[in-house]
Design a protein around this ligand. Structure first.
Ligand SMILES: [Fe+2]
Ligand SMILES: [Fe+2]
Length: 507
């Protein structure tokens, strides 16, 4: 049940003809616009949406043939059918009209039945033409939209509701004219507990906004009631059908429904209501296609997140295994990762790098798995041989981590976290920027945490003392061991490191 009344522009310089056309057309449910010369007709076309033009040929100023040529020469109006009203009966004049782009002719004196028959036929064919053009337009837009969705797809930060907002926005703005768009879209999401939340989008709230806004519905709607039929469309509602119950529910509590397209799965339902024309299987297909895209991305994002979380878990598992004989605890490997993330962010590194260093810093001492527990747990100072074995752990760690490209930061940290900016570190005595930045950040983090913790051979230091030792030195730890820029970042965010340390003491 389409509720858009076709608008017919009647162009004639004879008032009697205008009155007659208007009377016939209005009586049969059409809306009319009147112009008594060619220029006024063109001005009206600019301002109003017109579905068909009845055009007198002989007029003062721009004549009918010229108006017809201009209509057909303008991309915006090309598909509007033009019917020439003419008393011209000669073959040549009719040929001129056809050449000007007229779709049909009506002879004067005007016959009401002839006018109605031709108008009805041409409006039907224009309707089909509009649908076809709209279909092409929509396919092109949906393809671009699909490409955009995939290009912007970031599984780690995928937000399903934001994605739905974008899709509904696309559906509502999709048409070449408003008749191709629904006035209302309802989205229902069922959670794992079977509780459904519905959201409403209104086209009036979208057209003038840059982004789509969803309004939660207090009312729960029937989620799905058509058995296996997941994609449906209706223009007429059978009083006995289950669909009719839903439409009754909607009409009573939300909005009167004139046509409806619905896609539903077990946990997700989208209904688009009240297009400006009858809906078809094509509209249902468009809705289904965008919904399927979104569900696919949601599923893909969940799988990627699962895999990433398993990857992080395994990194921590390996780190915990390596700490088994060490004085350090699981809390130490988590803390240094958090310190590294804070320092890296302050240092201006990317979000991705911050996320990576937070996890992979935990493997800095994985090489200690090869160091004898007697050395690791020795309470007194290490002798030369023991110290020699201990100093191998960066190389052993790098070997364990290997060369996978996802583990580059972990490998850099493992091999270089005991190197010092002034070249006095081990295993290679690297200097300055020869030491990877991840390792330079790690060195400060590891040192801060070592100072905060009591060891069997040393007391623990309070935050201010630890910061003072790192920034001013105590004879053993010296500022020249650290990258001055990392040290500056450390001073700026030291209080955050203290917060991380203190939080770990209460858990
Ligand atoms: Fe180490
Ligand atoms: Fe450590």
């Amino acid at each position: 049940m389409s509720y858009k009344t076709p608008t017919i522009l009647c162009v004639d310089d004879e008032p009697l003809n205008q009155t007659l056309l208007e009377a016939v057309l209005v009586a049969h449910g059409y809306e009319t616009l009147a112009a008594d010369d060619g220029q006024k007709a063109l001005d009206l076309l600019d301002r109003r949406q017109v579905d068909l033009v009845l055009l007198d040929v002989m007029m003062p100023g721009i004549d009918g043939l010229d108006v017809c040529r201009r209509i057909k020469g303008d991309e915006r109006f090309r598909t509007i059918p033009v019917v020439m009203i003419t008393s011209l009966r000669g073959r040549e004049d009719r040929i001129s009209s056809i050449k000007a782009g007229a779709a049909d002719f009506i002879s004067k004196p005007i016959n009401a039945e002839e006018v109605l028959a031709r108008v009805k036929m041409l409006l039907q064919s224009k309707g089909l033409c509009d649908r076809l053009s709209s279909a092409y337009h929509n396919i092109a837009k949906l393809t671009t939209f699909g490409e955009q969705l995939l290009t912007d797809f970031d599984p780690a930060h995928f937000d399903f509701m934001k994605n739905i907002d974008m899709i509904v926005d696309q559906i509502i703005r999709n048409g070449t004219n408003l008749a191709d768009s629904p006035q209302v879209v309802l989205v229902g999401l069922m959670d794992l507990a079977g509780i459904c939340q519905w959201y409403r989008y209104d086209s009036s709230g979208v057209i003038n906004r840059r982004s789509c806004i969803h309004m939660p519905l207090e009312r729960n709607l029937t989620f799905t009631d058509s058995g296996d039929r997941k994609v449906v469309f209706y223009n007429e509602f059978d009083a006995d059908s289950s669909e009719s119950l839903l439409v009754g529910e909607l009409s009573r509590h939300l909005v009167p429904v004139s046509n409806l397209v619905r896609c539903s799965s077990d946990s997700f339902c989208v209904m688009a209501l009240n297009y400006g024309r009858d809906v078809s299987i094509y509209d249902a297909g468009v809705l289904n296609s965008v919904v399927m895209q979104s569900l696919f991305l949601k599923s893909l994002a969940m799988q990627v997140k699962d895999t990433e979380s398993a990857f992080d878990y395994m990194v921590y598992a390996l780190a915990r295994a390596s700490e088994a004989n060490d004085e350090d605890t699981g809390a130490h490997i988590l803390r240094v990762g958090d310190y590294c993330a804070v320092l890296a962010r302050q240092f201006g590194m990317s979000d991705l790098f911050v996320d990576i260093i937070r996890i992979q810093a935990s493997l800095h001492d994985v090489g200690k798995i090869h160091v004898s527990p007697a050395i690791l747990k020795k309470s007194g100072p290490l002798d030369e041989e023991e110290w020699g074995e201990m100093k191998k752990h960066p190389i052993q760690g790098q070997k364990i981590i290997g060369g996978h490209n996802r583990m580059t930061v972990a490998a850099q940290i493992a091999i270089a976290h005991h190197e010092r900016w002034d070249g006095s570190g081990y295993p290679y005595g690297l200097k300055g920027e020869q030491i990877p930045i991840a390792a330079r950040i790690m060195t400060v983090s590891d040192q801060y945490d070592a100072l905060r913790n009591a060891r069997c051979y040393k007391q623990s230091f309070a935050h201010r003392e630890a910061v003072d030792i790192i920034t001013h030195g105590d004879g053993r730890t010296m500022p020249c061991h650290f990258d001055p820029r990392v040290l500056k970042a450390f001073e700026a965010v030291a209080s955050q490191l203290d917060e991380i340390y203190m939080a770990s003491q209460t858990t």
